[in-house]
Ligand binder design. Structure first.
Ligand code: PLP
Length: 205
């Protein structure tokens, strides 16, 4: 069946009509994963991308994969609810650290325990709209590296910085145990498409 709404843009119509629309591989169709991987540096290829029905599902899945009742996670508050609650739903021990307006909502990672395995950040931050500095991002990476902690970085507002020069590197590019969570919903304005993904280097996850 031809999809007539795409008439007028032959290239797009051909791409749609020739695209396999049966069940896709687990992890998303290879052409989409290849396209997404182009947003990242040389360490991220199609195999390092997993596609989900939106970032919210990606956040839940990452927490279930990386945490359990024996491990400890650190999250920040206020935050988009799923970033805080996904490790709770996964059964992890969770420390919620309060972000404060007097500190311009900047994170101050503390409370690391021997069994801390997971730390969740969201930059640019929902709801504050703030962004951490590259220096703080590097400090966080160094700290996480020292303690063997995975950093889940919710980057759904990345590419929407007021000033492009403030854009932080994707955590998946920066850190071996970094995971970037992204969605078509925000910079591409495609919430109805319900496509999100995780980008990560550590394929042992
Ligand atoms: C910070 C943050 N993460 C994740 C999501 C969820 O994205 P999606 O619409 O792809 O499930 C949102 C949606 O508002 C969000 O604000």
């Amino acid at each position: 069946m031809e999809f007539t709404l795409l008439r007028g843009n032959q290239e797009l119509a051909d791409a749609y009509n020739n695209h396999e629309l049966s069940y896709t591989m687990n992890g998303g169709s290879p052409d989409l994963r290849e396209e997404i991987a182009k947003l990242y540096g040389p360490n991220i290829n199609a195999e390092n991308i997993l596609v989900f029905p939106g970032a919210q599902v990606a956040l839940q899945t990452a927490a279930i994969a990386l945490t359990n009742g024996h491990t400890h996670s650190i999250v920040f508050n206020p935050a988009y609810q799923s970033t805080q609650e996904a490790p709770v739903h996964a059964g992890s021990q969770v420390t919620k650290i309060a972000l404060k307006a007097v500190n311009n909502w900047q994170i101050d990672p503390r409370g690391i325990r021997e069994n801390t395995r997971y730390l969740v950040i969201n930059e640019p931050h929902n709801p504050a709209g703030t962004l951490m500095s590259p220096v703080l991002q590097m400090q966080l990476k160094t700290l996480a590296e020292k303690h063997g902690i995975y950093i889940l970085s919710d980057e759904v507002y990345r590419f929407l910085e007021h000033d492009e020069s403030d854009r932080l590197p994707a955590m998946a590019d920066l850190y071996q145990k970094g995971i970037s969570a992204v969605t078509i919903s925000k910079p591409w304005g495609g919430c109805g498409i319900t496509i999100g993904w995780l980008a990560f280097r550590d394929l042992s996850i």
